[in-house]
Ligand binder design. Structure first.
Ligand SMILES: [Zn+2]
Length: 69
């Protein structure tokens, strides 16, 4: 557990696994979890900046799934 007050590291940035672009805080995004995919946003869940799970822009997730078929 790191305290943001005493640990002023560089701000984390979440990158889309599909287009490698940064996912903005207020952009709709999809998080892939063991339970399935969930739609969320960084503004709603700031803890996602630290996640190891694959993250996608909402639109990129649809594209990635189409290509996977
Ligand atoms: Zn993307």
């Amino acid at each position: 557990m790191s305290d943001p007050e005493t640990d002023p590291g560089p701000p984390h940035r979440l990158h889309c696994r599909h287009c490698q672009d940064v996912i903005g805080a207020y952009e709709p995004m999809v998080l892939e979890t063991h339970q399935g995919s969930s739609e969320t946003s960084l503004a709603a869940e700031p803890s996602l900046y630290e996640t190891d799970q694959p993250c996608f822009h909402r639109a990129c997730y649809d594209q990635a799934r189409d290509h996977g078929r």
